[in-house]
Design a protein around this ligand. Structure first.
Ligand SMILES: [Zn+2]
Length: 471
């Protein structure tokens, strides 16, 4: 067992899915022509004044309540000063002194990860490095997009715990609909603060790895940075408190800059934005209209649908899977079957194609139709899988597709009987073996009959006919 323990805390920036920016009316839509979603406020032009978007506050409160936080009733904004070309005002509006939400937590397997605070702030623009002309260009479209920053306590000890925490927070925010939480597009960005210490000792010096953009990279970064720090300690070297960039391709991190302390930012209350009050009515309304969270589904699915804890955990890990499951199960009236189709078939096709489950959009009616056709024996499971693949590719009409491709199961007694007779006659050896007690030959004979029917037999009908023929 290792002498060392890894200690991880997270800072997670999440873009809120409001229509407009947090202090002006510009659109928050991702992408588009550079510098087309800007105005004097988000460009930081002199004389312009910010106005708070109440929807952004509501979304931040929804996140805070879902993550079990206490809400700060007297809220306000502060300026965090720093100079960087993607920040035209040379300060970011944030919350240092009174974060909107404090003292929350998220539960993962076997432990509670505490959330120190969730504060609101605005996003900065984006620098684009043009390799062709060797110039750096700036796009202010993202300037002023509302963010929340979720800061956890250093409660995680392993890469698995870190990944599970990020997953749990992501699933909660997705269920609330307050963000699209796309790590690849940067609407959810995870900074990992990591130190190592000998068991039982004080915390070591920590480093920060910024903007890691996938769960897989997070796990690798935690492992890689732990190893680097342990090697430094073992060789008697010092760990520097600094910001590092995780390079997933090289499987190591690089120093970016020495970490600034809070006073370097010259924080001050923002004089352009008045302090604001969060009222009891506001909170009551939000509590009453919170969507069902993954935690609640975790209790409800086994009870209401009879699903196993394992299946439930897979489904509640993605909002898209919950939506598909609940919608389709209501139609098929076969929740277990529906869950099996999602977990066994849909997810394995997505995995094989390298497509993320959070972007899955499958018509629940059409998906339910496939499940019903298979359950009724109208098509067999292999054919059902084929239709599912087609449905994942394009918006097909399920029944028409089955017909056009001749996928209807062959269950008609005469056709099946003919095939069985043919196989029995052609495989006298195997038939004799079966009759003298070798049951495993049955599978082989079934296969031969299915082949005879070009794979379109209804397995149940086929099994029955074959059993009768072999009596
Ligand atoms: Zn604007």
């Amino acid at each position: 067992m290792s002498l060392y323990e890894t200690v991880v805390g997270l800072e997670i920036h999440v873009e809120l899915a409001t229509e407009s920016k947090v202090f002006c009316g510009c659109s928050t839509k991702f992408g588009g022509e550079p510098n087309t979603k800007v105005c004097p406020v988000c460009m930081g032009l002199p004389g312009s004044l910010p106005r708070l978007n109440e929807k952004a506050v509501e979304y931040a409160l929804r996140a805070g309540l879902a993550l079990n936080c206490e809400i700060t009733r007297n809220a306000k904004f502060d300026r965090k000063h720093y100079f960087y070309p993607d920040l035209p005002k040379a300060y970011q509006i944030s919350q240092l002194y009174l974060p909107l939400c404090v003292n929350g937590y998220v539960d993962i397997t076997g432990k509670r990860v505490n959330i120190r605070e969730i504060h609101m702030e605005e996003d900065a623009g984006k620098l684009v490095h043009d390799l062709w002309t060797d110039e750096t260009l700036v796009d202010f479209n993202r300037c002023g997009v509302p963010l929340i920053e979720i800061v956890t306590q250093p409660d995680m000890r392993t890469a698995d715990e870190v990944v599970e925490t990020v997953r749990a927070i992501r699933a909660a925010l997705a269920a609330l609909g307050v963000s699209d939480v796309k790590m690849q597009e940067g609407s959810m960005r995870v900074d990992v603060n990591l130190s190592v210490r000998e068991f039982g000792h004080e915390f070591g010096t920590r480093t920060e790895m910024k903007n890691i953009n996938s769960l897989k990279s997070i796990a690798r970064a935690v492992a890689g940075e732990s190893k680097r720090q342990i090697e430094l300690i073992e060789t008697g070297k010092k760990i520097t408190q600094e910001t590092r960039r995780w390079d997933d391709n090289k499987d190591t991190s690089y120093a970016m800059r020495v970490k600034e302390d809070a006073h370097d930012y010259r924080y001050m209350p923002d004089p352009d934005l008045s302090p604001f009050l969060i009222t009891e009515e506001q909170l009551t309304h939000i509590r009453r209209t919170q969507p069902e969270l993954p935690e609640a589904k975790r209790l409800r699915y086994p009870k209401e649908y009879g699903l196993s804890a394992y299946d439930t955990d897979i489904l509640i890990s993605e909002r898209t899977l919950c939506v598909l499951f609940e919608g389709a199960a209501e139609i098929t009236r076969k929740p277990k079957d529906t869950a099996n189709w999602i977990i066994g078939e849909v997810l394995s096709i997505l995995k094989e194609r390298g497509e993320p489950a959070d972007e899955l959009s499958l018509d629940k009616d059409k998906f339910a139709r496939i499940i019903t056709l298979v359950a009724d024996g109208a098509i067999n499971r292999a054919a059902g899988r084929r239709v599912l693949r087609a449905l994942l590719d394009s918006d097909i009409d399920v029944d028409a597709y089955v017909k056009q491709n001749g996928l209807e199961a062959i269950g008609g007694a005469s056709v099946v009987d003919d095939a069985v007779k043919k196989v029995v006659a052609a495989n006298a050896d195997s038939v004799a073996k079966f009759r003298s007690g070798s049951e495993k030959v049955f599978g082989f004979l079934m296969g031969q009959v299915m082949k005879e029917l070009k794979g379109k037999g209804d397995p149940a009908a086929l099994k029955k006919a074959l059993e009768e023929a072999l009596l």
